[in-house]
Each structure stands twice: as C-alpha cells, then as structure tokens.
Design a protein around this ligand. Structure first.
Ligand code: WQD
Length: 275
C-alpha cells in the first residue's frame, strides 16, 4: 500500500466510491521489537492512501482500529468516550491514524469516516474456506489453541493466572470474525449517507477468560487442549470488554455469534483444510 503510483492506477482503473482500510502490521510483540517497521508501514501506507483518495475526490473511508487504543481501561465496559492511552508501537500507529483521520476531517468536512475499534476477533467462516492458520508460532490465543488441538504444538502457555479477574486469567471481548465483517458493511452503509467522523466499538460486550475459552474449545470440539501456567506476558492487561450500545444505536449492528460458534468455526477451518 506504500506504492503511490500503483495505488493511483487502482483509482484510475476503477470507480472507487469508498475505501475500507485494513492494511497494517498487527503483532504487538513484534512492534515493540521493531517499532520503525511498524511506523513506516502502518503510517506511510495510510498517508499514501489518503493522498490518493484526496486526489480522486474519494472521501468515504472505514478504518480498522483496535481496542488497544484504550490501553488499560479505567472502567468496564469500555465506552468510545473512554480515555485513550497506548502501551506499544502497534497501538500507537492505530492512535496516530485515528488522529490523522480526525485532522483530515477537520480540514474538509465533506469526509465520511468510520473508525472501528476491534476487540478480539476469532473464529472463521462456517464454510471452512475463510479463516486464519498462521504458519509461524501464533501470538494470539485462539490460533495457538488450534495448533495445540491439532497436535502441532505440545501445550498452551497461559500467561498468568494471578490477575484480578473471575478465575485469575486474562479476560477479553472475543468477537466472531463474521460479526466483525458485517459490522464493516453496516459502517459502509452509514458513511454512504452521512458525513462526519465517528468511533465504534466492535465487540460483543461480554468478557471471557482464557480458561473459559480453553474449556469451551475443548468441550465443543471434543478435543484436549493441554496447558501450563506461565508467567504474565509484558504489556498484557487484566480485563477488557466493550460497551456496544453506540454501534447498535448508530450502525444498527450487533454481534450475533456465540462462543460455541466461535470456537467451533476456528477449529473447523483448520480441520477442513487439513483433510
Ligand atoms: C488474549 C488473552 C493473553 C496467547 C492483541 C492486540 C490487539 C489485537 C488482538 C491486533 C490474553 C492470553 C494469549 C497465549 C495466553 N491485535 N494468551 N497464551 O493481547 O488481547 O490483543 O491481539 O489487532 O490489538 O493487543 O490478544 O490473543 O494475544 O491474548 O494466555 O499463547 O490470551 O494473556 O489474556 P490480546 P491475545
């Protein structure tokens, strides 16, 4: 996305009405080790995209942001008006881009901008044709659990069970990736009719602990997920889940898939693709 000339050709050859901007590096740990890689890629591609959009008069954009911009929340559930604070370069790029979009809107109120703050996307399309199965060792919980369930990895390391949460393990708002996709369509429909800039939590409003995810995955898929308790991971927060009322009110969107759908589809995708 940093190649401006190639991007201009895309806009010249296609009648672009609106853009959904997903592109960016997203591994928190890697961003701490390689900050310049993250700043160059995530910011450069965004500025290039916005310059080309501006040149072609395209002023509708949906941006993939992250709940990570809230840092360690002061109150739960988290509202879009909560204090922002980032604890790693990946999160910083998301917050920088949110601010770039705000300044672009201030410079030209003709823009229609939806900033979607994803909570923890997991699961796969029920067809088993679309999903995630990283080739390297996953950073995130769900793809790691899947690799333990298929025997590719020996056991899950649970990063700390001494947090001040329901069972001591980290609590997150896991959202089915199909619900997330539908949220983008709802945002696109909204910005097609309304100018302005706004922020929306895309979550379920419910927090599950690591232990609850492991138990559900094992029970639903009838598969063992051996685990060991390991030390806390740097930068991790105890608990995070969304207040989802704003997205429901303004985008008429809410997540509908439950935990069973999420853990079943995540496993089904890999099993189907290893047949
Ligand atoms: C979830 C929970 C871990 C792995 C990050 C980014 C966020 C978004 C999603 C990009 C935590 C625990 C995990 C493991 C574990 N990324 N865990 N063992 O950290 O909430 O969010 O990924 O968009 O921006 O911040 O997700 O899946 O890494 O961790 O115990 O092997 O599972 O401690 O409580 P996280 P995660």
């Amino acid at each position: 996305g940093c190649d401006k000339e190639k991007l201009r050709v895309v806009f010249m050859e296609n009648g672009i009405d609106a853009v959904i901007h997903f592109a960016g590096f997203k591994a928190v740990g890697e961003s701490v080790a390689k900050p310049l890689k993250y700043y160059r890629n995530n910011l450069d591609s965004t500025i290039t995209l916005l310059e080309v959009m501006n040149e072609f008069g395209v002023k509708k954009i949906v941006f993939s942001s992250s709940a990570t911009v809230y840092g360690d929340p002061e109150e739960l559930p988290i509202k879009e008006t909560a204090k922002l604070g980032v604890t790693n370069p990946y999160g910083a790029t998301k917050l920088f881009i949110e601010n770039i979009l705000k300044d672009v809107y201030i410079s030209d109120n003709d823009y229609s901008i939806a900033i979607l703050r994803y909570f923890n996307p997991i699961g796969a399309h029920e067809s088993g044709l679309l999903g995630e199965d990283p080739s390297d060792i996953p950073n995130n919980l769900m793809p790691y659990i899947v690799k333990v369930a298929t025997g590719e990895l020996p056991h899950l390391n649970i990063f700390g069970n001494d947090y001040d949460t329901k069972d001591g393990t980290g609590v997150r708002d896991y959202i089915h990736v199909v619900d997330l996709a539908i949220g983008h369509i709802s945002a696109l429909e909204y910005i097609d009719k309304n100018k302005g800039i706004d922020y929306y939590n895309l979550g379920t409003g419910h927090g599950y602990s690591v232990m609850e995810i492991v138990s559900a995955f094992s029970e639903v898929n009838h598969v063992d997920v051996p685990y060991e308790i390991a030390p806390r991971r740097d930068g991790d927060i105890a608990e995070c889940y969304a207040d989802t009322t704003y997205a429901k009110e303004k985008l008429h969107w809410e997540a509908t898939h439950d935990l069973t759908d999420m853990v079943e589809s995540a496993y089904n995708f890999v099993v189907k693709n290893n047949e």
